[in-house]
Design a protein around this ligand. Structure first.
Ligand code: PLP
Length: 477
């Protein structure tokens, strides 16, 4: 493709992109296709001859778009958002055009140095201690795995050596019974068996119980186990519960256990001074992760990972074969030594564009709006005796269920709420997901899409009530 053709196609696609952003609400939020619909439309062989872009782009619109769930639709209330924003998209276009691979400082000094600055901006913004260092990773799962591996490397007896994983069944990782599956996955990959990921029970707010954690650690030590790492969740996936960081930090300090903080979604809200108190005790932690690609308007993927001691990361991940040696190795950060992959995308550019375009005040305004919208919905839900807030609102997450009059049986309520979720999502007008709290099938509504406004939440609430009533009309599901 020559540059004239590229220019022509790029303009066409940018027009399509701008139209898409304007019209995204016209698409069903959740893709409505049946399994294999897309697969069956894609030819089984690599095309023998090359094609020009017109039929390719046409197939993108005809075949691919129906199989897309529109995460950027403001009526997307499912999971946690993976937000984007115009400045982030523009940066990604430039990143793709430059096509650099920023594994070492020398392979693009700007990528490394912009990343250093962006991690300082973010760290200062959310209250990470000044002496810590930050690095961008792809996902929170990868950052948590890095934390567990670094914690293991710190225990000299358990450093990975020629004997491999021998003796690792004695290591133990602690998290609450609400924490994300990535902790279990990370521990498994790090050689700590699943049975050694100890899930500590939670209190009525679904926060980890420090007293039970303490008992568990003390009893494990007595039995010859080696506590490896505690994972504190600031914002659990199910209900956005906040584990008590400071209390757990004191325990970790006392026993010299690595303390990792998983604030994958909620971390963005620590840019708000009114939520900074949740970070109290952060100085006792060893590592912290949050995803700007969730609630900070920066395209997936972009994960901010901070560590107290960067030497620990380097000891764990640094390998310097001859072909990677450069003259500047002693003078600069080479981020390929700060994590698992060698190759690295230029992710700091989109963070720079986003933070400059909105500014701290603009970002705070968007986050506060989302929290205000959640407060509004919480108040509406509380006015209706046929709905229950299953747990109190945390930040912008609402967990609720429908409780039609006269139905008390738990299983029946669960079936009704499961039906409600399926029917709501089948309307294409909004997309919610669920969790189970104390056996109660609970609908989760995360109000945090970049462009969500009061009108979207009002309309969603109307639809929820309407569909709920339809389900139980005539007393039948
Ligand atoms: N931790 C928490 C609390 C999460 O909610 C999630 C995903 O929603 C993750 C970790 C995993 O995030 P990632 O997809 O970046 O690995």
């Amino acid at each position: 493709m020559d540059s004239n053709e590229f220019r022509k196609q790029a303009h066409l696609m940018v027009d399509w992109m701008a139209d898409y952003m304007e019209q995204v609400e016209d698409y069903p939020v959740k893709s409505q296709v049946a399994p294999r619909t897309i697969y069956d439309q894609i030819s089984s062989d690599i095309p023998k001859q090359g094609q020009n872009m017109d039929p390719i782009f046409n197939d993108f619109k005809e075949i691919i778009i129906p199989g897309i769930t529109h995460w950027q639709n403001p009526n997307f209330f499912a999971y946690f958002q993976a937000n984007t924003s115009p400045p982030s998209i523009l940066a990604e276009m430039l990143t793709a055009t430059l096509g650099i691979q920023g594994m070492k400082w020398e392979t693009s000094p700007a990528a490394t140095e912009l990343e250093e600055r962006m991690m300082e901006w973010l760290g200062d913004g959310i209250g990470i201690p000044k002496q810590w260092a930050g690095v961008i990773q792809d996902s929170a799962s990868m950052a948590t795995l890095s934390a567990i591996l670094t914690a293991r490397e710190r225990l000299s007896k358990y450093q990975i050596n020629e004997e491999g994983f021998e003796g690792y069944t004695k290591l133990r990782v602690y998290c609450s019974d609400q924490t994300h599956s990535s902790i279990e996955k990370g521990a498994k990959i790090a050689g700590v068996g699943k049975s050694n990921v100890i899930k500590i029970p939670t209190n009525e707010h679904l926060e980890m119980r420090t007293d039970l954690l303490q008992q568990q650690i003390e009893s494990d030590i007595k039995q010859g186990y080696q506590p490896l790492c505690i994972v504190v969740a600031l914002g659990t996936t199910g209900t956005m519960a906040m584990d008590p960081l400071e209390e757990i930090g004191m325990l970790a300090e006392k026993h010299n256990i690595w303390l990792h903080v998983d604030a994958a979604y909620a971390g963005a809200a620590f840019l708000l001074p009114e939520y900074q108190s949740l970070m109290k005790g952060i100085e006792k932690a060893d590592s912290f992760v949050f995803n700007p690609h969730k609630w900070l308007f920066t395209n997936f993927d972009c994960t901010a990972y901070f560590v107290k001691d960067k030497k620990g990361l380097l000891n764990t991940f640094s390998i310097l074969p001859e072909y990677l040696k450069t003259a500047s190795d002693e003078l600069v950060n080479n981020y390929c030594d700060w994590g698992i992959p060698l190759g690295r995308r230029f992710r700091s550019l989109k963070l720079w564009f986003v933070m400059r375009h909105y500014g701290l005040e603009g970002l705070q305004k968007m986050l506060r709006l989302h929290i205000e919208l959640a407060k509004w919905l919480e108040a509406e839900l509380k006015k209706k005796p046929t709905f229950e807030m299953v747990v109190p609102r945390s930040m912008n997450l609402i967990c609720f269920r429908y409780m039609p009059a006269g139905v008390e049986d738990q299983e029946e309520l669960n079936t009704i709420n499961e039906q409600l979720l399926q029917r709501l999502n089948a309307t294409g007008e909004l997309y919610l997901t669920h969790t189970k709290i104390d056996g109660k099938y609970t609908l989760r509504m995360s109000i945090g899409q970049t462009n969500v406004a009061k009108s979207h939440v009002e309309k969603a609430w109307e639809t929820i009530q309407k569909v709920a009533e339809e389900i139980t009309r005539n007393g039948k599901i």
